[in-house]
Design a protein around this ligand. Structure first.
Ligand SMILES: NC(=O)c1ccc[n+]([C@@H]2O[C@H](COP(=O)([O-])OP(=O)(O)OC[C@H]3O[C@@H](n4cnc5c(N)ncnc54)[C@H](OP(=O)(O)O)[C@@H]3O)[C@@H](O)[C@H]2O)c1
Length: 316
């Protein structure tokens, strides 16, 4: 089968297309013939080996040769202990543990996969597992009338988070680069902020800040919160994430706010509710571009350099 492989961390040109053996599923695993894999910022981080947490399990060289976690496709074979799927079923899921989606076949644990709803195309389904799970868990506490800010709101998780926060009845502010301001408004953001021109921590205080790209000081984040407000960091620099869970947690306690890290739970229970709302027409899936397997390097660069409006999908 064809796969996009890499053996060292670096820029997109360390990737190459190779013929490799089709992986065989273990007892509780499923072999998926991949129809679509969406790109997440976590793939870019895994390619670059940066931030450092992207090197967990592979400090010097990547632990997995093939990136791509959000897969959708048809079941080609199942392990002996698999009960929920059989050959030919259409499935989708976040294969963060094993990766391998930038290839024509990938092996995933049964527990990571769900049956793909017939109403969604493979490309649409592949956009949901990781981004929708983060967005749902990050906005679950948003309430009518609250002021919610999403930092990094024009990307994959952010585009779902804006819409979910809006559905809760909150007043939503989206922060991203200038090229994404109109897109965030289209998704329902009431206010938009170009982070290169304006510092959101000096605007009005917010009840909930969901930060997908944290790199500021915890004191700035504390400043952005109203009394009783909550700051949730999902990703960012290691230094910031560590400070949020240490200094930030104490600072929050002392000042009547909460600052913490959202470690997003994975699995169908997290993303299937969002898929149902997409099918119901409450949420929009925004696919900016589709790329063939050979152009995974370009697709990763497009996401990594912050140009993608919503999601980018590889269709092998
Ligand atoms: N906690 C968990 O359990 C968990 C699990 C998986 C993934 N993650 C993390 O979740 C995050 C979500 O990623 P995604 O796939 O939604 O990313 P994405 O699609 O790349 O979107 C991120 C957006 O943030 C923007 N951005 C970058 N720097 C910014 C800044 N300083 N201020 C405001 N916006 C900025 C980017 O544009 P520009 O680059 O042009 O600025 C881009 O539009 C990632 O950080 C990932 O590591 C967390």
């Amino acid at each position: 089968m064809r796969a996009v492989v890499y053996d060292r961390y670096g820029p997109p040109d360390v990737l190459r297309v190779e013929e490799v053996r089709v992986p065989s599923p273990g007892a509780r695993q499923v072999l998926v013939e991949v129809a679509a894999t969406s790109v997440n910022l976590s793939d870019w981080e895994g390619l670059r080996g940066s931030p450092m947490y992207a090197r967990i399990g592979g400090l010097r060289a990547p632990r997995r040769r093939v990136l791509g976690s959000d897969i959708a496709g048809r079941v080609a074979a199942v392990g002996s202990a698999v009960t929920r799927f059989s050959e030919g079923d259409e499935v989708y899921g976040d294969n963060m543990g094993l990766m391998g989606g930038f290839a024509t076949y990938a092996v995933a644990p049964e527990a990571a996969l769900a049956h793909k709803p017939g109403e969604l195309t493979f490309a649409e389904a592949s956009t949901l597992p990781q981004a929708a799970s983060i967005a749902l868990q990050g906005t679950v506490s948003a309430r009518r009338g609250q002021r919610v800010l999403i930092n990094g709101a024009g990307g994959g998780a952010g585009s779902f988070a804006i819409q979910l926060a809006k559905l809760s009845g909150s007043h939503v502010t989206g922060v991203d680069n200038a090229g994404k301001l109109d897109f965030m408004r289209e998704l329902g953001a009431d206010d938009v902020v170009d982070y290169r021109r304006e510092d959101f921590t000096r605007l009005e205080p917010f009840d909930l800040v969901l930060d997908l790209v944290a790199h500021r000081s915890v004191f700035a984040y504390r400043r952005a919160l109203a009394p009783g407000g909550r700051y949730l960091c999902v990703g960012g620099t290691v230094r910031t994430v560590l400070r949020v869970v240490t200094v930030g947690a104490v600072l929050g306690l002392l000042t009547g706010r909460r600052l913490g890290l959202l470690l997003a739970r994975q699995g169908p229970a997290q993303f299937e509710p969002v898929a149902a709302r997409c099918i119901a027409g409450d949420l929009r899936i925004n696919i900016d571009r589709l790329y063939p397997l050979e152009e995974v390097p370009q697709a990763l660069a497009y996401v990594g350099e912050g140009r993608a409006l919503g999601k980018v999908v590889i269709t092998p």
